[in-house]
Ligand binder design. Structure first.
Ligand SMILES: Cc1ncc(COP(=O)(O)O)c(C=O)c1O
Length: 444
């Protein structure tokens, strides 16, 4: 794709398809986040094609894409090496429901790249793999309670769709939050097994662990909270989680669905040098195809390996998806790729900071180069936990994102989400994005 990006032409085609979709698709969408990712925009964009860093909607508008399918298309859209490998699989059969060699090579590569990974199991989505990890932790410990952090997202399934984004009015006391179901339809018994704690607060964590001593199967967290606008772990906080879980015999799970293979070949656990017992992967793992994994230390995975703890799935690690993941991880494991992604993101982060500073707009640009978010906090300091994030000016973020969209830069409009950088990003893309950022701040 070489067309000029922006300014945004009409999007009547997208509007018409969304109107049409209402009659047959529940709510016109296939995932609730398809609406949140468009923010206040009244209808989603229908994307016709993508190539490298660019996508084109059905009305012919072209955008530089920093949603990149929620970080999944990490090599860029229709990456030639991926297309070639997948085309070969299409010609030989995509799925047999039996074992295949690609899944073995993929598991071996994950064990080589990821510090905690001694044994791996594959699934199809992050939600499923989170369920697998929780099942493994419960099976291993014989306990059922899970500690999760307020604002962290671990998928849509009942198990942990609790206190993802509670309203302040229902969230309860700061230090001992109420477990708030994300949706009607989650049974009370499931909610009773989840204890919610504020993030980045050592005292609140210890109090919570003490109050439920001997009850927790697992503590689960997003090590960089992608779903809280890339809130970073406070220095030493992940180490504290590790120490407490080890001392108390609790399985520590890192949900690396967003950070895995993106923040470097070993994910956030390598970046922060803290090794969990189990970790969950998806998104960047598949390079744009649906595959996920949970992986962990041998002793925790052993009951699963023996067959005592059950986990299944017709589509798990199909040749098509396993091949996609194998090609993607081999690419990401090459020297220089992580640095390119990281440096590119850092350049954008710096540009946003400078543009905001020049216009005297308080904001924090938080996260790492590979995934970050612009948060309009009242005094420009980065957020430490979910309730602070709620005090940020989300309307201003929506306006910022809209100004960028009209200049041909496409990012998740959900203020609590983040931007993802693909490895295909070029200096020209970054030049164009930086210019759009400066113009957007002028227009704000
Ligand atoms: C950190 C995290 N965990 C789990 C999930 C669930 O993954 P999926 O949407 O593939 O079910 C997501 C999805 O965005 C996520 O960001």
């Amino acid at each position: 794709m070489t067309g000029r990006i922006g300014p945004l032409g009409g999007t009547d085609g997208s509007r018409a398809w969304f109107d049409r979709a209402q009659a047959s698709l529940a709510g016109g969408i296939s995932s609730s986040s398809r609406l949140t990712s468009t923010g206040p925009h009244p209808y989603p964009l229908y994307i016709a094609s993508g190539s490298g860093t660019r996508i084109r909607d059905i009305d012919g508008n072209e955008y530089l894409d920093y949603l990149i399918s929620y970080g999944s298309a990490i090599l860029g859209h229709a990456a030639p090496e991926l297309t070639e490998a997948l085309t070969a699989v299409l010609g030989t059969g995509t799925m047999f429901g039996t074992c295949n060699t690609a899944e073995v090579e993929l598991a071996e590569l994950i064990c080589e790249m990821v510090p905690c990974a001694e044994l791996v199991r594959f699934a199809n989505s992050g939600s499923e793999a989170v369920q697998g990890a929780v099942r493994a932790a419960r099976g291993y410990t014989g306990l059922s309670k899970i500690l999760k952090f307020e604002g962290h997202y671990h998928g849509w399934s009942d198990t942990l769709a609790i206190s993802n984004r509670p309203r302040v009015s229902e969230a309860g006391p700061y230090a001992t939050p109420n477990p708030v179901p994300h949706s009607p339809g989650i049974p009370a018994g499931i909610i009773d097994d989840v204890v919610v704690c504020p993030w980045n607060d050592p005292a609140a964590l210890r109090t919570c662990l003490d109050a439920h001593q001997g009850e927790f199967a697992a503590v689960i967290c997003e090590p960089i909270v992608a779903n809280n606008a890339c809130t970073m772990p406070a220095p030493g906080y992940l180490d504290l989680l590790r120490e407490e879980c080890t001392a108390r015999g609790i399985v520590l799970i890192f949900d690396e669905v967003c950070t895995g293979f993106r923040t470097g070949p070993g994910g956030a656990q390598a970046l922060f040098d803290v090794v969990p017992d189990l970790a969950v992967f998806s998104k960047a793992l598949g390079g744009g195809l649906p595959i996920a994994a949970f992986a962990g230390q041998r002793h925790v995975m052993e009951p699963l390996a023996r067959g005592d703890v059950k986990h299944g799935g017709t589509y798990n690690a199909s040749p098509l998806c396993a091949t996609s993941a194998l090609v993607t991880l081999r690419h990401l494991n090459q020297p220089g790729i992580t640095k390119h992604i990281e440096d590119s993101g850092q350049r954008l982060m710096e540009t946003i900071r400078r543009a905001a500073h020049d216009r005297r707009v308080p904001c924090a640009v938080q996260g790492v180069g590979a995934m970050f978010q612009t948060v309009f906090t009242p005094d420009g300091t980065p957020t430490r936990e979910y309730r602070e994030l709620l005090r940020a000016d989300q309307a201003r973020y929506h306006a910022f994102r809209h100004e960028l969209l009209t200049r041909g830069v496409h990012a998740n409009a959900f203020a609590l989400a983040c931007w993802f950088i693909p490895s295909a990003v070029t200096d020209d893309d970054l030049d164009a994005t930086c210019e759009a950022v400066e113009e957007a701040f002028k227009a704000l």
